[in-house]
Write a protein that binds this ligand. Structure first.
Ligand code: NIG
Ligand code: FE
Length: 420
């Protein structure tokens, strides 16, 4: 699926004190989210040509030629590379004033209504060149790699016209090729009603279905299609129409659902078999139940709730109901200008009542599932990508305990180590 020409290496990681594999089944809710498969060391992980060929007790590790690169983990913890399954990585400009207005009490929606918000970034992105967009995004990718992210998703949705949406997706493709993290693209043309279609959301949805989806498909620029289902943006019927058309064309689908008003987007995502429904701050009990019985991942974005000073998503309730919960950053210039994995874990474990084991699952296998990549990444298992993180501490528990700090010592992507 994700075959590419990126560098792939041979690597033996030895002297692992605690190996967290998250191996086993792919879809996880309830107690499965706490079962992260911890093996006490000494353990080893062997990667060949970018893929894991062995992960287990050091004593059973196959013999390796002396020329193969080795890392001594010094008794520290190794776990799967993190997957950030929801970001708006590629955008022009910034909205630093809006953030101060929100701190002073203005709401996200009122700023949006007076022309700020997504519309402001759309104007800036239309004006930005591919080079400018690339340079700005690279800064985030570099810090993500240092925090242990090995795969991330990047949405379009700040162009809304044909030319700029394609430019955003082309930039994402180039970013994927020019640095280690795999960048998975999602077409989010339905992020807002394009200014050219003001007052005519149905006309804009028609344009997307008629012109944009076939174009994006033909150019191979996105795997997924997403929509911002929200009051004053796109309603449930428009969402159903767009996502069904996208599925008919072979796209996987995702939704921004129940973020600000409880419209019932999560229930629709479950009905349609979307890969994920994301945000879910205002999800109903009925839809929690629907999500739990579906294949759709519940992706929670704690950094956004923090930034908007909103109540956190009910992670505990959702996990206990059986929802497969993933955590992602939502990095974007408006509602959440951060992609901090350490802060995300702190918020999830301190305020959302997730255990550190659940947070690990949410950032690895469940996040991989939210991208449809659960057979390729998200756990340390033979045949999967050699994407792992080496911490500077002996246990994964330090991820929550040493809160807000980046404790990643080395990020390994496709068998190539990047040391901090
Ligand atoms: O996921 N909610 C919609 N989209 C983004 C925010 C985009 C923006 O404010 O620029 C989000 O929060
Ligand atoms: Fe988002």
């Amino acid at each position: 699926m994700m075959e590419n020409n990126k560098r792939k290496g041979d690597l033996l990681i030895e002297n692992i004190g605690e190996l967290v594999t998250v191996a086993g089944s792919t879809r996880r809710g309830r107690e499965a989210m706490r079962d992260i498969r911890v093996l006490s060391g000494p353990a080893s992980v062997l990667i060949r040509d970018g893929k894991i060929v062995y992960a287990g007790p050091a004593a059973d590790c196959p013999q390796v030629e002396p020329e193969v690169e080795r890392i001594d983990a010094e008794g520290h913890c190794v776990l799967p590379g993190f997957v950030d399954s929801h970001t708006h990585l590629v955008f022009g400009g910034f909205r630093e004033d809006e953030f101060q207005w929100r701190l002073a009490g203005e709401s996200y929606m009122s700023i949006m209504e007076k022309g700020g918000g997504i519309a402001a970034t759309t104007t800036a992105t239309r004006e930005a060149s591919a080079e400018e967009l690339t340079e700005a995004a690279l800064l985030h990718l570099r810090s993500m790699l240092r925090m242990g992210v090995t795969t991330m998703e990047a949405k379009s949705g700040y162009g809304l016209d044909k030319e700029t949406e394609l430019r955003q997706l082309e930039v994402a493709k180039r970013l994927d090729e020019m640095q280690p993290i795999d960048v998975v693209s999602t077409y989010l043309g339905a992020h807002d009603i394009a200014p050219e279609y003001k007052g005519d959301p149905d006309g804009y949805i028609d344009f997307i279905i008629r012109e944009m989806l076939p174009l994006v498909k033909e150019k191979g620029l996105a795997r997924n299609v997403d929509i911002f289902t929200e009051k004053n943006v796109f309603d449930l019927e428009q969402s159903r129409r767009l996502l069904s058309a996208a599925q008919d064309m072979g796209f996987a689908t995702k939704m921004h659902a129940d973020e600000i008003y409880p419209l019932g987007g999560a229930g629709l995502a479950a009905d349609l078999g979307c890969l994920s429904a994301d945000h879910l701050l205002k999800i109903s009990d009925k839809d929690i139940d629907k999500m739990a019985k579906s294949q759709t991942v519940s992706t929670l974005l704690p950094l956004t709730a923090f930034s908007l000073m909103d109540d956190y998503a009910l992670a505990r309730k959702m996990i206990d109901a059986g929802c497969a919960v993933a955590l992602a950053s939502d990095l974007n210039p408006g509602s959440c200008f951060s992609c901090s994995i350490p802060l995300m874990i702190a918020l999830a474990t301190i305020y959302m009542h997730m255990s550190v084991e659940e947070a690990v699952t949410a950032l690895t296998i469940n996040a991989a599932t939210a991208l449809g990549l659960q057979d390729e990444i998200g756990s340390i298992e033979e045949g999967k990508a050699g994407d792992v993180v080496i911490l500077r501490y002996p246990s994964y528990k330090f991820l929550s305990y040493h809160f807000g700090m980046n404790i990643v010592e080395t990020t390994v992507k496709g068998g190539i180590p990047y040391h901090n």
